[in-house]
Ligand binder design. Structure first.
Ligand code: UGA
Length: 440
């Protein structure tokens, strides 16, 4: 099948590369000429394990190409995916759909044969209908269900595990209004039938809502365990054991029950907020999600208190080593990362902050205060520091040489916001150690 992927951001690039690896002919389109040029030289705009090799392989096989010319990529395509950005609109938290609508107009003008236009970006409920209306406005000669269809096919991939998530998903969700679209989508995902991946067909609005409901549910699960962690600290319980004890109940499930500094990233914060706004607009508020948004924002701000407590109540004049800046490991993504709250707050409180991140430091430089000192490795960051804070659970922070850490820090103090180390072990090793929701 022939596929055009509009937008080479996270979702677009990974989906385009994976569809080509399924054997389809894929053209990825982006307005950013320098990005396309770099992609043609196999330079990835994002850090995602395995992506460069996948792109290289499929470009060589002639199944994957890049262009800035949407008008050339769309004619003759069986499916055109809209995978452009949908940032939160400043001020009101609604998803900004201007890129989606602009893409719909351009696609409409270029359609020559029956095409399914598919929204792959996370788009608010009702966007598919709007895209259909735009296409009809630009091209009154095209009839939905006859000359084109608009479908919804949300993506559930996680950064850092995106390729595996695309190729071995728990499920694929397709929202379509007619059989022609359903058939095309079935054909596109045929390679997944081998591993018996369930394909959930719904109408378009339902599919759009599933995406938000999934992310909001996961964000709620994390927020729930984070609050349990705080309670654990008060009553002397252990949140990891609480998570295990409840997670083994199949109705609850053990995933996404790791307590931490609050969720970040490009999806949960934006999508929970967008769902809240949509629900308010329809006068059917999702109060539980409203609370989740608020609790998570407060939590990220409150992380400094844990560092301050370790410093004996005053951070001024202290040197703090921060290990990890990205919102999670295996990505260079800094969007809504807990570090964006913690690092500036530490600096404002008068601390000197020395940080290391394996992939995120370039991005961090654009977003964090100039006063932050960037270090070549975790040990360099800890040299002469008063406290080390583990903020992102990168693998190389999970197996630190603790004797070396002890010799580098001015006093052996660690604030572990990801529960990477065992409190009993740390105590035996002579560390003053605090973590999330576990007795010390
Ligand atoms: C998330 C979803 O997991 C994907 O299914 C979805 O496709 C994606 O959003 C999206 O909408 O595009 P992602 O943002 O890449 O994926 O990252 P996650 O692994 O879900 O982590 C999100 C945040 O939650 C991170 O800050 C992570 O540290 C935090 N988290 C996650 C916890 O604090 N505890 C957990 O148990 C799990």
């Amino acid at each position: 099948m022939r596929v055009a992927m509009i937008g080479t951001g996270y979702v677009g690039l990974v989906s385009g590369a994976c569809f080509s690896d399924f054997g389809h002919d894929v053209v990825c389109v982006d307005k950013d000429a320098s990005k396309i040029e770099r992609l043609e030289q196999n330079i990835m705009p994002i850090y995602e394990p395995g992506l460069d090799a996948l792109v290289e392989k499929n470009v060589k096989a002639g199944r994957l190409a890049f262009t800035t010319d949407l008008a050339k990529a769309v004619p003759g395509a069986d499916a055109v995916f809209i995978a452009v950005g949908t940032p939160s609109r400043r001020g009101d938290g609604h998803a900004d759909l201007s890129y989606v609508y602009a893409a719909a107009e351009e696609i409409a003008a270029a359609i020559t044969t029956y095409t399914v236009v598919v929204t792959k970006s996370t788009v608010p409920v009702g966007t598919g209908a709007e895209v259909e209306a735009i296409i009809q406005k630009v091209r009154p000669d095209l009839k939905p269900g006859v000359h084109f269809s608009v479908a919804s096919n949300p993506e559930f991939l996680r950064e850092g595990a995106a390729i595996d998530d695309f190729k071995r998903p728990d499920r694929v969700v397709v929202g379509a209004q007619d059989d022609k679209a359903r058939e095309t989508m079935k054909e596109l995902y045929r390679p997944l039938y081998i591993n018996e991946t369930p394909i959930v067909f719904t109408n378009r609005v339902t599919s759009e809502l599933i995406k938000y409901a999934a992310n909001a549910f996961l964000a709620t699960k994390i927020t729930f365990i984070n609050e349990m962690a705080d309670l654990c600290e008060k009553v002397g319980a252990n949140v990891q054991q609480v998570a295990k004890g409840i997670g083994l109940d199949g109705r609850i499930g053990s995933k996404f029950l790791h307590a931490g500094p609050g969720y970040g990233g490009s999806c949960f914060p934006k999508d929970t907020l967008a769902l809240v706004r949509t629900a308010q607009q329809h006068e059917s508020p999702v109060r539980i999600v409203e609370q989740v948004v608020e609790i998570n924002a407060d939590r990220k701000k409150a992380m400094i208190n844990r560092v301050r407590a370790m410093a004996g109540g005053d951070l001024s004049g202290k040197t703090i080593a921060v290990l990890g800046l990205t919102f999670k490991p295996n990505t260079d993504d800094m969007r809504d990362s807990p570090s964006l709250d913690l690092v500036p707050a530490l600096i404002d409180a008068g601390a000197t902050v020395r940080a290391h991140d394996p992939e995120g430091m370039e991005e961090a430089k654009k977003l964090l205060p100039d006063a932050l000192v960037y270090c070549d490795g975790p040990y360099q960051a800890m040299e002469g520091a008063d406290i080390a804070v583990i903020l992102t659970e990168w693998t190389n922070y999970r197996a630190l040489d603790l004797d070396r850490v002890k010799s580098l820090l001015s006093a052996p103090k660690i604030v572990d916001l990801r529960n990477v180390y065992d409190p009993a072990q740390m105590e035996r090793d002579g560390f003053e150690y605090s973590s999330i929701g576990r007795p010390t």
